[in-house]
Design a protein around this ligand. Structure first.
Ligand SMILES: N#Cc1c(-c2ccc3ccn(Cc4ccc(CN5CCCCC5)cc4)c3c2)n[nH]c1N
Length: 242
């Protein structure tokens, strides 16, 4: 997979060169290039924004500068991801879809976002996805790009340390729509808090049942919206007793 990220704050994307992802980039399993949008600015002040038509607070990012950047960075076949508060909700399913693509280009806006014609123009030749990572407002798209890139690349074979965990995660295909169960490690007692005895029993069936019950309990408590969406066919009699 190739990743290109365009931003006026390229140093914001430095975390992409850390940890497991950074190792995949260093050894060439993932190609990563971060671009400073101001490279495509044309005036001597290298300006990238202007006042909004119709009035209103803040500034809007100029279409000419962004279009020049995407013309260079997003060839035919690439998928352009535009983080925006007004985007389609980013989900694990979207992460899985993006993980199957060869080339992702992230257009990270600032100010009040990109002139909409940047999206309309790019969509004439490549797929453009406007995505939101949640119902809150950030100051720009860089953090959202980091979130999407991490969620996507951890699904790529050979990037994540333990491929199994990408299956059993919350929202992973191994536990559709359930939050993951609590996790424990040594010591067996910590500040007067014990590990649930079933996890020490060696009884794998009982452990699996306890984990499933804890997932169901957590999901019911924290995400009743997910419970409402559960397919009843995926629940057995023991589930219904939780
Ligand atoms: N993904 C994601 C995000 C973002 C995100 C992503 C990308 C950018 C680029 C700039 N900003 C800042 C900003 C601030 C306010 C507004 C609203 N304005 C209202 C008046 C008309 C104009 C728009 C839009 C953009 C961004 C925020 N925030 N939250 C998410 N889940």
């Amino acid at each position: 997979m190739r990743l290109d990220v365009v931003s006026i704050f390229p140093e914001y994307l430095a975390p992409l060169r850390q940890s497991l992802l950074g190792r995949a980039v260093a050894d060439g399993r993932i190609q990563l290039e971060v671009h400073d949008l101001r490279r495509w600015a044309t005036d001597r002040h290298r300006s990238v924004d202007d006042t909004p038509y119709g009035g209103g607070a803040g500034m809007v990012m100029r279409p000419d500068v962004w279009a020049a950047a995407l013309d260079d960075v997003a060839p035919a076949g690439a998928t352009v991801v535009v983080p925006t508060p007004a985007g389609h909700p980013f989900s694990q399913a979207t992460a899985a879809d993006l993980a199957r693509r060869e080339h992702l280009v992230f257009a990270c806006g600032r100010y009040e976002g990109l002139d909409q014609r940047v999206v309309l123009d790019a969509a004439r030749r490549v797929e453009v996805l406007e995505l939101s990572i949640g119902d809150y407002v950030l100051a720009g798209g860089e953090v959202a790009a980091l979130v999407v890139i991490e969620a996507v690349t951890r699904l790529l074979p050979g990037v994540l340390g333990n491929p199994e965990s990408a299956v059993t995660d919350s929202f992973g295909e191994g536990s559709p729509g359930l939050l993951e169960h609590p996790a424990y490690t040594r010591p067996v007692e910590f500040r007067g808090l014990a590990v649930p005895p079933v996890l020490l029993s060696g009884n794998h069936a009982a452990i699996a049942r306890w984990r499933r019950d804890e997932s169901l309990r957590r999901t019911a408590r924290r995400r009743p919206d997910l419970v409402a969406r559960l397919d009843p066919a995926t629940l057995d009699a023991a589930d219904r007793a939780v």
